[in-house]
Design a protein around this ligand. Structure first.
Ligand SMILES: [Fe+2]
Ligand SMILES: [Fe+2]
Length: 319
């Protein structure tokens, strides 16, 4: 018997992570029909997760009557991720945390005017930062989750992790500790306009057509316009959305120079550039860093490049 669309609820595919079997059936929607895609009992780690991600689905559906099973699956996954005594392999723990944060970020990128979604991301970021702090090996595991579908929320989570870790390497956790979570939130939304425009992260910027390049270049200004009047975003987060493609020599989109901007703007710019080289150019971390040392002089501050090198070395990402 086929079920009515009103009998289904959407959920984020990025919440399907880890070695725990799902206690519900997951459906995809094709031409208003719901087709069983993942069965109760399937789990999503390693190759299985990669195959699911290659399908480039951001949402799947479950039957409303199975919503309690989905909720308990999420709770159990979160417990297994954050509780080191729960026995989940470390990579799986990072995949679960990354997936949950990606799902929260996707919600916020879709609806940046939702104060409730800002709170969810803010809470998730704070918890995530504690995990990153306690487990320095997290960055390697996080960046090992390939972003084959150039998902903007996944890019945002990677930039948030890289930027907050860079800030720590640069000593800002001592001098501006309360602003590190703001930096994490800002990095999570820095490209929010990408969620609302037709240019994807899949190809290098130099391969975009004239029209695509024009649209791409408007993403800072238009992203900022979406949030500039919303009181629940810290001013620093708004600045980071607006200025993350500025260059220290004043040759960026709005011709701001290093002295005009908060150093956190360039920390996000550095993290963003590095992750873009992984996602758009498909480079290894080692080659991405090499390219940055050649191309980013005069774009981001030298101390950011040095901090990135320290961070990548310490995270075993330059081997
Ligand atoms: Fe950007
Ligand atoms: Fe970005």
């Amino acid at each position: 018997m086929s079920r009515l669309p009103s009998e289904f609820l959407p959920f984020r595919v990025s919440t399907l992570r880890g070695d725990q079997p799902i206690p519900f059936n997951a459906y995809v929607r094709v031409n208003n029909k719901f087709i069983l895609f993942c069965r109760e009992g399937d789990s999503f780690e390693g190759e299985r997760l990669n195959r699911l991600r290659q399908k480039k689905l951001s949402r799947m559906y479950l039957l409303k009557e199975e919503a309690p099973q989905y909720d308990s699956y999420l709770k159990e996954n979160t417990r297994r991720a954050y509780d080191s005594s729960a026995g989940a392999p470390f990579d799986v723990r990072v995949q679960i945390i990354q997936g949950a944060l990606q799902a929260a970020t996707e919600d916020l990128l879709d609806e940046p005017d939702s104060e409730a979604f800002v709170r969810v991301v803010d809470d998730a970021i704070k918890r995530f930062l504690g995990f990153l702090y306690d487990h320095p090996e997290s960055l390697l595991a996080l960046l090992n989750i390939s972003n084959d579908d150039a998902n903007i929320a996944q890019h945002s989570v990677s930039v948030a992790a890289l930027a907050t870790e860079l800030a720590r390497v640069m000593g800002f956790d001592e001098t501006r500790p309360l602003e590190i979570p703001v930096l994490g939130l800002a990095a999570s939304i820095h490209d929010l306009e990408h969620q609302h425009m037709p240019v994807t992260l899949t190809v290098p910027v130099e391969d975009l057509s004239q029209n695509e390049l024009r649209i791409y270049k408007s993403h800072c200004k238009n992203g900022f316009a979406r949030i500039k009047d919303l009181h629940f975003y810290p001013p620093l987060a708004k600045d980071i959305v607006r200025f993350h493609h500025e260059h220290i020599d004043g040759s960026g989109l709005e011709k701001k120079k290093e002295k005009d901007l908060d150093p956190f703007v360039f920390i996000v710019a550095t993290a963003d550039c590095f992750d873009q080289l992984l996602v758009r150019h498909k480079l290894t971390p080692k080659d991405a860093f090499k390219k940055m040392t050649i191309e980013q002089m005069g774009v981001v501050p030298l101390d950011c490049i040095r901090a990135l090198q320290t961070l990548l070395k310490k995270s075993n990402l330059l081997v």
